[in-house]
Design a protein around this ligand. Sequence first.
Ligand SMILES: [Fe+2]
Ligand SMILES: [Fe+2]
Length: 295
Amino acid sequence: MKNRHSDSSKRSSAGMIIRRMPFEFSESLCAHWNPRRIEWSHMVSGASLAMPFLEPYLIRTLRKACAQIESEQLKEEVKLYMGQEGQHFQQHRKFNDTLIRNGYPELEAIEAEMQIEFDAFDSKRSLKFNMAYACGFETMALGIGHWLVRDREFLFAGSDTRVASLILWHFVEEIEHKNVAFDAYQAVFGSYFYRVYGTLYSALHVMKFSRKAYKAMLKKDGLWHNVRSRWNLLKLIARFFINMVPPTAAACLPGHHPSDIADPQWCLDWLDAHHRGDLPLAALDTNNLTMGVSV
Ligand SMILES: [Fe+2]
Ligand SMILES: [Fe+2]
């Protein structure tokens, strides 16, 4: 069993707090919240749809694992991790409800499928599987967080500030708690090959549901068979894989630990700005994401 939990020097998780963000999604919210990139809007909304099912499952899993963790510090981090994930899915729930009400009721059938699958993981799969899933999903979330921050101008410029700020807040915190599920998995199980299995399984599982959701929304828009829209979608999917394959492959190496991956400066600036409380982080200026929060 590999346990690097005592290496606290590079740990961004050490200063974790639970942030309650004041997001509101009124009925005026447009599903094409990034009018320049409709397909991207739906890809992100498709991933958002999974959060109120996936993240409560992660919380339940980590809560069970916590009973087997000896380190008081790690237990404390797991509690903060659960608190952050709890905030994430509640905010996504508000966004998703507005989206469904504003013209996409077919998403409810996909939600029902997710409920069944995650409930089955709870009742039928081992804690080792569920922890490998949690650890693996967090690996993907860390890679996505780095990508979204690095590529934020392309992905979010000119978009609805509420959605951009929701997503960027969520993934700043994914970067912040990057070590927790990994350390918990290592402390309780530690099997290398099963961790790799969990990483690939969770990535494919989440992508399956995200794809179902964005496909349903594009169909509703009459764009699923539109050549230009399909080309836009394929370019975005390629962009996703170009940005996600390297960090996922690196995370599948035996010596990987999330704390070895330096946090992006913009992410650290966001955390500092939140600490100072002097910037509207729930309403970022999406026309000035180059400056980000470093103003
Ligand atoms: Fe989250
Ligand atoms: Fe997370």
